[in-house]
Every structure is written in structure tokens, then in C-alpha cells.
Ligand binder design. Sequence first.
Ligand code: F6R
Length: 233
Amino acid sequence: MDIKIVENQLAGGRLGQQIFADALAQGANVFGLATGSTPISIYDQITASDLDFSDKISINLDEYKGISGTHPQSYRYFMDKHFFSKKPFKASYVPNGLNPDGADEAKKYDAILAEYPRDLQILGLGQNGHIGFNEPGTPFDSTTHEVELTASTIEANARFFDNENEVPKQAYSMGIQSIMDAKQILIVAYGQNKAAAVASMINGPVTENVPASILQKHANVTVILDADSASQL
Ligand code: F6R
């Protein structure tokens, strides 16, 4: 793992943009993307740059089940807002949250992943070591699957929705094997609340209890951290 410690999220955004640009210059065609607060500074730098990726493909990690891409809490909406509306790819895939059939959605998304092997996958890191919606205990050999959200996640999300019934109880996520299939991985984590997960990911045993620990087995991983998230290394 190539560990880079940056001064702040702006510097992390610049470095992430550079890694994206380098991959592009080396012929990358397919980019795996994440939502969440962490990658926003990278997306800001990429969309403000003069990089041309109008003939490239992006594939997102995950999406809530049961809400449409126009719902402000959907991951499709997030990506449109922070990335695609500013600078689009030729095509951008996000799981279809409105597909009621989890097995069918998983099959369709796995077919997309097989058709477009990712050159670079960008990831954020959960406080419990999750990547995508792959919570502790998810098998390392998992492909795209439907995830039952935990009670605490549902509760935490409730404030973003008008009423409780609207809060998604499930999500669709690339699996851990799907993530590992990318040629290159960039994982980013900022802040004290990620420090324990960062330490387990980098120095802990490779265990399904810490999904991100599998990245130790990937040949091409860059980790961008700030001083806080690196403080337990
Ligand atoms: C988002 C995703 C999640 C986040 C993680 C960190 O598509 O798959 O695994 O990357 O929860 O979220 P933030 O960046 O908001 O701390």
C-alpha cells in the first residue's frame, strides 16, 4: 500500500485528481466511483480541471434500494450533483434502486462490471472498516448483492427523509470481490473518527471483520490520509 499523508482535504483532492489524471494518461477507460463526503474534494478538482473523459465510463459502488435516482438522498442524485452535471462521462452506471428484484439487479450490475473492467476504483472508508455497503462479516468473495441495512444505519438516515417509511431498509452494493477486481484502488479517509479503521485496514489482520483489510492483498493501492486519520498508524 502506498500511503500518502496530506495536510488537508483540499490537498487530498489535488492528489486524488492527479491519480485520476495519471490513470487517464495511461489509457484508463473505466473509473469506479464512491459517494459520501470523503471524495467530494477529489470530484471538485476533477470537474474543475481541463481533463477530458467524455469518452470514458464510470461505475458507482452502491445505491439505496427503493428510491429513484431523482430522490435527493439517492446516490445517483449525489453523483449528478457533485460530478456528472459538472463534467459528464460517456456513460455513468449506478445500481438501479427502483429494481425491486435484488437478484436481478445484482446480475445486471455484475454484467456491467464484467463488460467494463475498472482501471481505477475510488473508495471511502467506513468507521467500522466498511467499503461500499460491505459491512463487517461480508464474505471477501462477494459480488454485487442486496444488503440489509442495520437498524443503526436506518436510524441515522431517518433525518434525511420526510417520513420513516421512506427510509431505505436495503441497498445494492458491489461486493468485496468486485472491488478487488479493479486494477488500481485509491482509498481515502480523513478525520480522527476514521483512525481506528485506517490502522486496522493497514496493519491489522486480513479479516472479514474489517472489510477494508482485504486491500492489503491488492497489488496497486494508494491510501490518502490526513494527520488525524493516520494518527493510530
Ligand atoms: C459510498 C460508500 C461508503 C462510504 C463510507 C465513507 O458510496 O460506499 O462506503 O465511502 O461510508 O463515507 P464518508 O466519506 O461520508 O465518510
